[in-house]
Design a binder for this molecule. Structure first.
Ligand SMILES: *[C@@H]1O[C@H](CO)[C@@H](O)[C@H](O)[C@H]1NC(C)=O
Ligand SMILES: *[C@@H]1O[C@H](CO)[C@@H](O)[C@H](O)[C@H]1NC(C)=O
Ligand SMILES: *[C@@H]1O[C@H](CO)[C@@H](O)[C@H](O)[C@H]1NC(C)=O
Ligand SMILES: *[C@@H]1O[C@H](CO)[C@@H](O)[C@H](O)[C@H]1NC(C)=O
Ligand SMILES: [Zn+2]
Length: 700
């Protein structure tokens, strides 16, 4: 329930800025700290035992409170009526037409509320020429208009028809998709030219992966990288997902079943190629030389589609996993062209569907807009919802986390050479926190980025493809810049899903922690939140990203983002190896990668010690918070930390993958806390309880 009133409060506070009367009638709002204290308690299942399953204890009732505002009145429990009535009538009506998708975790709750605010913003500007819109028109009116066009075209989609994409994007050489046309000519099909052409519209990681990335030896300039697709990218889609796509484009069940079976068998063979080792390593070569070196693959066909016909054969690229590429060619020789073409088509459909709205609703069309125009969305969220007075608080928090981790490095538990410790501390020193993908005063960058693209309020598919193409082109144009990019320019990341999410992340080649403007919103952040809660939530998130600079892959990068870090010296240290091994043991129970574990374990320690001080022997009689007198401060810290990861429990009958995803978050909390002696001390957990790991792992 409290969640609901928080969201209502958010919407009111937003509306309040422009229409001063609409929220006045409600009684004086409780303070943020009161709201959050009530919320914290409401999520807890105090019948669960904290030393047995802390996640259940902290998050057991979370789901009961996620009746987001779109719920119908009838479905509200009686106790909810009161708050519900406060919601403006207009909102309620809209809410009922709106999404049935329920946010499934804290970040999803945050993004949902952000998307609703953005939607109001774009729609208001639409109602021609009022004070608010006049004010916002001053800043990049054309960009606003483009975003609005995308949004409107999305809302008009009825129905969302995947087949349209295939009509707009035939495979290369004047050929057609085999499923859609009798005039499909297998002999004219060229897989490299086809994926080259589709790469231009954002498809990547299908058979091979092509990216523009900062150079490994000079992160200030870019190179073209060719590689095999990642493990996740080749993970078989499964016949079910393929059949669904095929039915979406109007195939019969019989055809869909038959085709999915063929493609599935190919996909499994392809996935097995992942096992090939890269015993040749990365090589840099000229395009012309590549064509001679791996003649079985017609590279020039691919590159011509992507870079245009005036290819410079002397331009270089960095190629990795050559043994995979050779084996790929052999595998593809054995396939019928039709199977291969259908595989590419299915991957294309899955990709585009993911970029589009999950359903035609206001919120989902905004979510799709954020995926299609990530740079513009980041800028707009920063412009409209970012409170600059947060900046000092957040950057102070980040500095103190750095300070504490710097002390840990100096203590040198691993007994590394002094020179290596020095290098690590310099890297930490140089690590930056960046808010948003674009500086708010740099509207030129955003405007220039979107300048050449034209969008129409009546052509959703065309808009989407134009924007996808724009970002691939923009990325490839980075290759033409002469060693002249600013290290805060993150536009090369626009093809990543992170660019449209509110989740923070660490950018290794830039040595910076990227914090999207969107994250500094309730329920994750408010400047009036207690410092304790700021540390337990945002502080943990920042510390986790900071630690990625010092995980087993982060140590390969130096302070300016070149792959010249002291990784060999550190990896050969036996204590470091032991620590990783300790975590490896716990991975056996099925959770994320080793580096995620490292970042979680170490970040909790760093942020806890940043807040409470590193001296564990001090008198612990901190005064209790009058709002939550039943918990000590330290207990409350762990509860807030755990609640950042509260999520929806999927019943087993629902999609298995989602269930797994959730199990991961639950496991994350349980393992991270069980690994930390301060946690068990604070809750008085005995040795044999589940929340006490047998072995506690520590790296730095
Ligand atoms: C946050 O705190 C300030 C100063 O204490 C107060 O003026 C403001 O109203 C508070 N904001 C909210 C939303 O509670
Ligand atoms: C805002 O809209 C109202 C009604 O449409 C109109 O009366 C008013 O003049 C507008 N305000 C401005 C500043 O244009
Ligand atoms: C934006 O502000 C930063 C510091 O606040 C400054 O260094 C930078 O030059 C400004 N950029 C532009 C384009 O004005
Ligand atoms: C560096 O880039 C800027 C714009 O990004 C451009 O105006 C300038 O001419 C470039 N300088 C060099 C030396 O290439
Ligand atoms: Zn991580």
């Amino acid at each position: 329930m409290l969640k609901l009133s928080l969201i209502v409060w958010l919407l009111c506070s937003l509306t309040w800025r422009t229409t001063p009367t609409s929220c006045r009638q409600t009684r004086p709002a409780p303070s943020i700290q009161e709201l959050l204290a009530t919320q914290l308690q409401s999520y807890m299942d105090t019948k669960a035992r904290p030393c047995e399953n802390f996640y259940q204890y902290a998050c057991g009732n979370w789901q009961l409170h996620q009746q987001a505002p779109q719920d119908n009145k009838e479905e509200q429990p009686a106790v909810g009526q009161q708050q519900h009535q406060q919601q403006p009538q207009r909102d309620q009506r809209e809410a009922q037409q709106d999404s049935q998708l329920q946010p499934s975790d804290t970040l999803a709750v945050l993004d949902y509320s952000l998307n609703r605010q953005l939607e109001l913003l774009l729609r208001r500007g639409n109602a021609a020429g009022n004070e608010s819109s006049a004010e916002e028109q001053q800043l990049l009116p054309e960009l606003h208009e483009k975003m609005r066009s995308y949004y409107r075209a999305c809302k008009r989609l009825k129905p969302y028809n995947l087949k349209k994409y295939l009509q707009l994007l035939p495979p290369s050489n004047g050929n057609h998709w085999p499923l859609l046309s009798r005039s499909w000519q297998p002999e004219k099909f060229n897989w490299l030219a086809t994926i080259g052409r589709l790469r231009l519209y954002g498809l990547n990681g299908v058979l091979l992966k092509e990216q523009v990335l900062p150079r490994w030896d000079d992160a200030g300039s870019y190179s073209l990288y060719l590689d095999k697709p990642g493990l996740v990218e080749t993970a078989p889609m499964g016949e079910g997902a393929m059949i669904e796509l095929l039915l979406d484009i109007g195939q019969t069940k019989r055809v869909a079943n038959e085709l999915a079976r063929q493609v599935d068998s190919f996909e499994r063979q392809l996935h097995r190629l992942q096992e090939l080792e890269d015993d040749e390593g990365a090589k840099e070569m000229q395009l012309g030389y590549l064509a001679e070196d791996l003649p079985q693959l017609q590279w020039l066909n691919y590159m011509q589609q992507l870079l245009g016909h005036d290819l410079d054969l002397r331009s270089t690229l960095i190629i990795q996993n050559v043994p995979y590429l050779r084996a790929l060619d052999k595998l593809l020789q054995r396939q019928k062209p039709e199977t291969l073409c259908n595989y590419i088509m299915l991957k294309l459909l899955a990709f585009l569907k993911q970029q589009g709205p999950a359903e035609i609703s206001r919120v989902e069309c905004i979510a799709s807009l954020r995926r299609a125009m990530p740079l513009a969305a980041s800028w707009l969220i920063g412009q409209r919802f970012h409170d600059p007075s947060n900046e000092a608080i957040v950057s102070d928090l980040f500095s103190r986390l750095k300070l504490r981790f710097g002390q840990l490095l100096a203590e040198n538990r691993l007994q590394l050479q002094p020179l290596i410790v020095q290098v690590l501390r310099e890297k930490l020193q140089a690590m930056r926190l960046q808010l948003g993908f674009v500086q708010l005063n740099d509207s030129d960058q955003v405007e220039n980025y979107y300048e050449r693209v034209q969008l129409s309020a009546h052509n959703f598919y065309g808009n989407q493809l134009a924007l996808l193409r724009l970002r691939v082109e923009q990325n490839h144009e980075l290759l033409l810049r002469e060693n002249n990019c600013s290290l805060s320019d993150l536009s090369y990341l626009m093809e990543l899903w992170q660019s449209s999410s509110s989740s923070p992340f660490y950018v290794k080649p830039r040595n910076l922690v990227m914090l999207p403007y969107g994250l500094l919103q309730l329920p994750v952040w408010h400047r009036n939140m207690s410092e304790l809660q700021q540390h337990a939530m945002l502080g943990f998130a920042l510390a986790h990203e900071l630690l990625h600079g010092f995980d087993s892959s982060g140590i390969e990068y130096d302070s300016v983002g070149n792959i010249m870090g002291p990784s060999e010296e550190i990896s050969s240290n036996s204590r470091f190896a032991q620590s990783l091994n300790c975590m490896q043991q716990q991975l056996a129970t099925g959770s994320r990668s080793l580096n995620e574990k490292l970042a979680d374990y170490e970040a909790l320690r760093v942020v806890y010690e940043t807040f409470f001080g590193a001296d564990m022997l001090v008198d612990r009689k901190e005064p209790r918070d009058p709002l939550l007198p039943q918990f000590s401060q330290r207990q409350r810290f762990f509860i807030s930390f755990a609640q950042f990861f509260c999520g929806k429990l999927q019943s087993l009958s629902l999609q298995a993958s989602q269930h797994l995803e959730h199990a991961v978050d639950e496991l994350r909390v349980l393992q991270t806390l069980a690994n930390y002696e301060e946690f068990s001390r604070e809750f008085g957990c005995e040795r044999r309880t589940k929340m006490q790991a047998k072995q506690k792992c520590k790296v730095w």
